[in-house]
Design a protein. Structure first.
Length: 139
């Protein structure tokens, strides 16, 4: 199937489809799927509507001070600052063109950050994820 034969990209999806796989597709299936979900605004982040609740409370479950879209969860949530400083020092943007999506080392750092902080994991998968110690305190 060719890219132009696929359904059109939904209006909420900011990223241009590509005929070649993104570098994050080389990550483990679990984390690659989480990244896909966050980029499509269809993840467990509070600001992403679910199939069950189209109008959820969008407040970040970690800091409670701001809505929790992809950018907040990865780049600005104050409760994740220590882990972000350790793992994502070189990541300043999640937009379509930043080096994050093409540099394997940055993609791997994002993978480590998502896994360490349990970002966008279902609360059912890890009920203690809101109280889990920061990565820096376990290393």
């Amino acid at each position: 199937m060719l890219l132009h034969d696929c359904d059109p990209t939904p209006p909420y999806y900011e990223h241009t489809p590509s005929p070649s796989p993104h570098p994050f597709m080389g990550l483990g299936e679990f984390v690659a799927w989480r990244i896909h979900q966050m980029r499509a605004a269809k993840s467990y982040l509070a600001a992403h509507p679910s199939w069950i609740d189209e109008n959820p409370d969008s407040s970040c479950l970690r800091c409670g001070t701001e809505p929790e879209p992809f950018e907040h969860a990865i780049l600005t949530c104050s409760t994740q600052a220590t882990d972000r400083d350790l793992l994502l020092k070189e990541v300043a943007s999640l937009g379509q063109d930043p080096p994050l999506w093409t540099e394997p080392s940055l993609v791997q750092a994002l993978c480590q950050y998502i896994s360490a902080t349990k970002t966008t994991f279902s609360p059912d998968m890890s009920p203690d994820y809101l109280t889990a110690p920061a990565l820096s305190s376990t290393t």
